[in-house]
Structure formats: structure tokens, C-alpha cells
Design a protein around this ligand. Structure first.
Ligand code: TYM
Length: 332
């Protein structure tokens, strides 16, 4: 059976980008068709300036939202990265497999480190090694597929390179995974700046729809989305990025096709209105389930504990095998 692994980082409130690019597919397709693990990757949240209490809060919120989005612990494994030591054990072995040069070439490292330096912050070493830990997350489970949004493609490519290199040097140990992406909305853009990704850690929230935004807030943000001065509703990401973004969001919510939808609309206003309603409807059940689950943190904790126990049982033999393959003396 195909094995799937994916993760989400508790660095901010989850967004519509996270939902349409990744989480919705995990719930609607992946958990039903494969042996799937979904992880709140809290260690990754420590790679940038962080407030410990906020990371704790956001980790719990992310786990609760994953369950609210429909992940079913009877069908898949939901857990928190730091509860399973195998991720960091394997990360070190992969640091000894990766090169400094290939890590410095990672686009997210270049962008984030430039941003940190521009605002006078120091760049944590873990920001550079981040993709190695991500590779460890995936390889520890011998995952075949990694369902992610477009922004994670380069990291999954690196994961593949590390798996192949490790296997060649030390003997076959890891499955070489591949990234899978949704048909539409693999890169949801910021509503106020449709040339940049809708990301949870952006300063201003005006262009970002958060999964827990009230319906009226969602409507307002979408109605105020930046488009362009034209009038024709066309699907063209290059020349009309704002309109293309709305068409993709609408298509994702309605399981439609952005090109076909473009032909249906005669004005930007009508497109925005329908997109806003489609997003409100898509998020409604999630918000309702989240409210119920948040009132029962004991249940969420229980799911995470059981998930970590199951995940540990899967990862430990793989990481032990990697240790042996690299020449480490087995303990006892
Ligand atoms: P993160 O937390 O930034 O995002 C979680 C998932 O949401 C997708 N995503 C988007 N998709 C479409 N449009 C957007 N605007 C958008 N923003 C985010 C991401 O592509 C991702 O699939 N490094 C990862 C977390 C991670 C991971 C892993 C993922 C750590 N270890 C192992 C897969 C496997 C990250 O920062 O995702």
C-alpha cells in the first residue's frame, strides 16, 4: 500500500493556502487511499524568532484544525513531530549526507535569511538545515508520496537526492519519495499582493484568509482583493494574477476548472462575490468542528499521543537501519 507523509508548521494561523494546497486533499483523498501520516512539525517552527507559548498554542490549534478538516484518527496517523525522537536522530545522519552548497541553494533559505538580515535579526543555523530535517520527516517513514503545495517542491527534490545518495553509499535504506500537488490552487496567492504566496507568517493579514476567520471577515478580504484595471475575466497567471488567483480559489472550492469558470463571469465584482461565498461555505464545517474539538482538548491530546506511539513504531526500525548502514555500533 502506498504510504503518504506530509506536515504543517505551527508558525502562524493556518490559511486558505494551507487548506486548498494541502490539508483538504489529505482529508478528502489521501487518508482514504493510502497509509497516511500527517504531522504538526513543531521543530520547524523554532528555526525563526519565536515565542515559546505561541508555538505551543499554535501547535495545538494546528492539530485541532487538522482533525476539524476531517482527518480521521481511525484512518490515518496524526501526531506532533517533537514527540517522535526519530526525526532528529535521522536528521543528523542526513546532515552527514547533505552538502553545505545544496542547502544554501534552497530558495526558501535564501528568501528567509535575506528577510531576517534586512530586519537586523540573526539567522539561525537551523534555518539552513531545515530541509534536512524535512527530509528526515519523510524518509523515516519510507513514504512514497508527499502531498504538498508548490512551494515545497524544491525541498522534496532535495529529499529525493539525499535518499538516492544515502542508498548508493550505504546500501538500500530509504524509499525515494515523490511530491504530489493538487490540480488547482497549488499556490494560492496573497489577495493584496497576488505576486506573492499567501503565507501564514506575513505581517499584514489583509490579503490572507485564515481558516478561523469569521464569515464576514472572509467576505471582506475577498471583496477587497487586488485585481487589475481590466474588465475581462480571463485566466492568465502572468498578466492577470489577481483574477487568476480568485478563479483558482473558486475552482478549488467547487471542484471546477479556472479556465471554464473565467467564461462564466462578466465582471470582477461577480467573480469576487461567488468566490467569497464559495470560500465561506468550504470553511463553514471546518470552523464548526473546530469549535467543538477546541472545547475538548483531552480528546485532541489523546489522538496525538496515540499517533506519536504509532509513528514511533514505524520510524524506529528505519532509523535504526540507517544508523547501522552508516557504521554506528548498535546499542546492546
Ligand atoms: P507549511 O507549514 O508552510 O505549509 C503546509 C502545507 O501547505 C502548503 N501551502 C500552500 N499551498 C498552496 N498555496 C499556498 N499559499 C500555500 N501555503 C502553504 C505547503 O506547500 C504545505 O504543503 N516545510 C513544510 C512543512 C514540512 C513538511 C515536512 C511537509 C516539514 N516537514 C515533510 C511535507 C513533508 C512547510 O513549511 O509547510
Amino acid at each position: 500500500m502506498t504510504r503518504i507523509f506530509s506536515g504543517i508548521k505551527p508558525t502562524g494561523h493556518l490559511t486558505l493556502g494551507n487548506y486548498l494546497g494541502a490539508v483538504r486533499r489529505w482529508a478528502e483523498v489521501d487518508q482514504h487511499e493510502a497509509e497516511a501520516l500527517f504531522c504538526v512539525v513543531d521543530l520547524h517552527a523554532l528555526t525563526v524568532e519565536h515565542d515559546p507559548a505561541r508555538v505551543r498554542r499554535l501547535s495545538r490549534q494546528a492539530a485541532t484544525l487538522l482533525l476539524a478538516a476531517g482527518l480521521d484518527p481511525a484512518l490515518c496517523t496524526v501526531f506532533v513531530q517533537s514527540h517522535v525522537d526519530e526525526h532528529t536522530r535521522l536528521s543528523y545522519l542526513l546532515e552527514c549526507t547533505a552538502t553545505d552548497g545544496e542547502l544554501r541553494r534552497m530558495i526558501q533559505y535564501k528568501e528567509k535569511s535575506a528577510r531576517a538580515q534586512a530586519s537586523g535579526e540573526s539567522v539561525r543555523f537551523s534555518l539552513l538545515s531545515y530541509p534536512v530535517l524535512m527530509a528526515a520527516d519523510i524518509l523515516a517513514y519510507r513514504a512514497d508520496e508527499v502531498p504538498v503545495g508548490e512551494d515545497q517542491t524544491q525541498h522534496v527534490e532535495l529529499t529525493r537526492d539525499l535518499a538516492v545518495r544515502f542508498n548508493q553509499r550505504y546500501g538500500h535504506t530509504f524509499t525515494v519519495p515523490k511530491a504530489t500537488r493538487p490540480a488547482v490552487a497549488a499556490r494560492v496567492m496573497d489577495l493584496q499582493d497576488p505576486t506573492s504566496k499567501m503565507g501564514k507568517s506575513h505581517e499584514s493579514g489583509a490579503g490572507i484568509v485564515y481558516l478561523l476567520d469569521e464569515a464576514d471577515v472572509v467576505r471582506k478580504k475577498i471583496m477587497r482583493a487586488v485585481t487589475d484595471s481590466g474588465r475581462v475575466v480571463e485566466y492568465d497567471r502572468e498578466t492577470r494574477p489577481g483574477v487568476a488567483n480568485l478563479l483558482e480559489i473558486l475552482a478549488a472550492c467547487e471542484n471546477g476548472n479556472p479556465n471554464d469558470l473565467a467564461g462564466v463571469y462578466e465582471s470582477y465584482g461577480a467573480l469576487k462575490k461567488d468566490t467569497a461565498e464559495a470560500v465561506v461555505e468550504a470553511l463553514r464545517p471546518l470552523r464548526e468542528r473546530h469549535a467543538a474539538l477546541a472545547a475538548d482538548p483531552g480528546y485532541v491530546d489523546g489522538v496525538l499521543k496515540e499517533g506519536a506511539d504509532r509513528a514511533r513504531g514505524m520510524a524506529r526500525p528505519v532509523v535504526d537501519a540507517a544508523c547501522r548502514a552508516m557504521g554506528l555500533l548498535p546499542a546492546g
